[in-house]
Design a protein around this ligand. Structure first.
Ligand code: ATP
Ligand code: MG
Length: 373
């Protein structure tokens, strides 16, 4: 699938416009603050119905306007294959509306993931340098979009967790708190199982990508569960381990007024091995090493889409080569050229920064939120 048409209304600084995008993609050249990232943000909104920058929906509405709307026409290889995804948000009443070919799906989540896109952004380094929440968010997005049933389990888990935490905070009786346990364990075990499986499935690819880009060191991706699993890998034994961990933490959670074990405490451990010693990239990584690990996570995300959805991901690349040394950026380019990717939409501040598909991508310009070609 590729994005063939894009219609934008009142999104950030972008002027209302209708764009026809080439099947191979486009390189968008524009100075700072002209709307390059805003455009990629608008496009990726059609994948997750959220800002990839973590902005709230009302911040996306152009200053002084009441709503925004983005619509994208996706076209497949075979005639008739394709869908129009549209998303609109109205400030008043905070109303969000998603449509697929004009019809509103029963649940918003039914519309997720139609674009099959991955964003590469300089902000990705926060995946490595920020706290565990950033990496859980990454996992949750990748798994929600690619593993059927994951999002439902995660939502169930979060809802039960917040009710259970409210009961703990109020200092309610053991019996009341305990009444949430079975639901928490059941939904949480599913979340843990999917996260564990995914990491096991992709950790070698992660290391291979890191090695290719860095040219030297070994890096590893490991799952660090917030429940001691004692080797459990299937849902039943994971649930047993979770149940046991809960029963062992009764006193601590009553004291802290919070559920202290569970996937809400999960993390992904990213290490680089120097002289046989694995070191946490978050604590010890250089800027370039962290960026490389973040790139490897995005490459794994793209590979997950390829595998799970059987389609080439659309690559949205927001000026990411800028901060890598020449060796690393050459190698990542070579890798990206080799990987099977579909459409590539990339943004750069100046023409000479276009490196990926330099000879084949048409060039557009953006200034003050207006695209020109
Ligand atoms: P850089 O090269 O610096 O990353 P960019 O081209 O990616 O720049 P964007 O982040 O896309 O820039 O756009 C920034 C501009 O968008 C800023 O001038 C900002 O004031 C404007 N902007 C952000 N949100 C809104 C909004 N809700 N309404 C109108 N303009 C907005
Ligand atoms: Mg930008």
């Amino acid at each position: 699938m590729h994005l063939s048409g894009l219609q934008i209304r009142h999104f950030r600084n972008l002027v209302d416009q209708q764009l026809d995008l080439p099947v191979e993609g486009v390189a968008i050249v524009g100075e700072n603050a002209q709307g390059k990232t805003n455009l990629l943000e608008a496009i990726y909104y059609l994948e997750t119905f959220r800002s990839f920058r973590g902005s709230r929906d009302d911040k996306l509405v152009a200053f002084g306007e009441e709503f925004f709307r983005v619509a994208g026409a996706l076209v497949g290889r075979t005639p008739g294959e394709g869908v129009e995804v549209a998303a609109a948000f109205q400030v008043k009443g905070k109303k969000k509306k998603i449509t697929l070919d004009g019809d509103e799906p029963e649940r918003l989540s039914d519309g997720l993931g139609r674009l099959a896109a991955v964003v590469f952004s300089p902000m990705d380094v926060t995946l490595v340098s920020d706290g565990p929440g950033a990496r859980r968010r990454y996992l949750d997005i990748v798994l929600s979009l690619n593993v059927p049933g994951y999002l439902g389990a995660l939502q169930r888990f979060r809802q039960i967790l917040s009710q259970r935490n409210a009961a703990l905070r109020d200092g309610r009786m053991q019996g009341t708190v305990g009444s949430w346990d079975e639901g928490l364990v059941e939904s949480g075990a599913r979340v843990v199982e999917d996260r564990l499986r995914w990491v096991e499935r992709w950790q070698e690819e992660f290391s291979a990508y890191y090695r290719r880009v860095s040219g030297t060191l070994e890096s590893r991706l490991q799952y660090q569960p917030g429940v001691r699993l004692e080797g459990a890998t299937d849902r039943g034994p994971i649930a047993d381990a979770f149940r046991l961990a809960l029963s062992e933490s009764r006193e601590r959670e009553a004291r802290l007024g919070n559920t202290v074990v569970g996937p809400q405490r999960d993390d992904l451990l990213l290490t680089v091995t120097e002289g046989d010693i694995p070191r946490d990239l978050r604590e010890f990584g250089s800027g370039g090493q962290r960026r490389t690990a973040a790139l490897a996570l995005r490459l794994v995300e793209a590979a997950t889409i390829r595998k799970a959805r059987g389609q080439e991901p659309i690559i949205l690349m927001d000026d990411v080569f800028a901060e890598l040394d020449p060796g690393r950026s050459e190698r990542i380019l070579a890798l990206m050229e080799e990987e099977e990717t579909g459409q590539v939409l990339l943004t750069v501040p100046k023409e000479s920064d276009i490196r990926l598909r330099r000879d084949s991508l048409p060039r557009w310009r953006i200034a003050n939120g207006v695209l020109e070609w």
